[in-house]
Design a protein. Sequence first.
Length: 132
Amino acid sequence: SVSRLELIEGQLLGLYWWLLEHQAEARSWTGELVTVFGEAGWSEREHFWQDKKSTLLFEAEQTFADRPFEQLQAVWTELIGNWRQEKTRLAFKEATAALAIAEASGDQTAIDEALRHCQTLSQEINNFVIMQ
């Protein structure tokens, strides 16, 4: 089963690779992907999707071929935002699980640390909701 994060990521990379072939302006978007994924993460994600590249390019062609570049920029921004939001949601889910483990252990330092992490991620999620 493909996760929501992978679906968003596949659309994002499909659009990126398709635009690289059709719009010179899209070359500047590489830096944004490096920022979003991190240097090592971008390399790893690009490698992960490489065997699906032709399928992603085909899907992007079918979805985006008739749209003006300005509209594709908006789609790009939305996909980046959706990816960040989903990544944060998954991190929050992991953090709440870690909090439950810390609470079960009774280690107050671990509980406090896990709680702070949950609060930080919760605030990030709330910021996503406010921005929408």
